[in-house]
Design a binder for this molecule. Sequence first.
Ligand code: HEM
Length: 191
Amino acid sequence: MLLLLLIAGHETTVNLIGNSILEILREPGMAERLRADPEAIPAYVEEILRCQGSLHMATARYTTAPITLGDQDIDADEFILISLAAANRDPARFDEPDRIDLERPGSRHIAFGHGIHHCLGAALARMEATTAISRLLAKFPKMSLDGEFGDPTWRKSLLIHGLTSLPVRLAARTDSQTVSFADAARFSSRA
Ligand code: HEM
């Protein structure tokens, strides 16, 4: 239970925040838009959950009986991997699935799973991401990606969709203030 809570409750949220900040900083105008309208941040978090969610896969499943899913027949006792990432970019379900669209109606993604195992911490994760994004945008009005430290890099993981490092340059609130970080801060997580 502890292992589940540590991985389910920590890695997922850390990487959701990292993925969100990357997309905000590389999409021209997005940071300004969210700063001007912080009420749009929850919709932004839903879009990141959908198209840059922090889990590629749900936990493993086994079929207990033969089943047909779409045009696929699956026997009993088969091992099943469910790709949340593919489902969340399914063009049959989402118009322009690769685009972050703050006006996209409803939250129809399955980043938090579905059914009886739907994520226990979904509300907490949404709150953490919304709080982190709004505080970072408000505190660092000139935050930008810092190419000097290299490009953001993705972890090579079948399960976690997150960055190994996200070099970010923070800037002072006004030109006269200096940020006490040594030029840049790194949001990083273990590979
Ligand atoms: C961005 C953050 C998160 C994402 C993307 C996420 C995603 C998921 C997904 C996809 C499942 C279902 C797995 C399956 O059906 O195989 C799940 C289950 C679960 N999550 Fe999360 N999760 C997040 C944050 C959290 C947090 C913050 C907690 C706890 C503090 C948490 C606790 C759990 C637990 C206990 C389950 C198992 C529920 C069950 O099997 O009944 N998760 N999560």
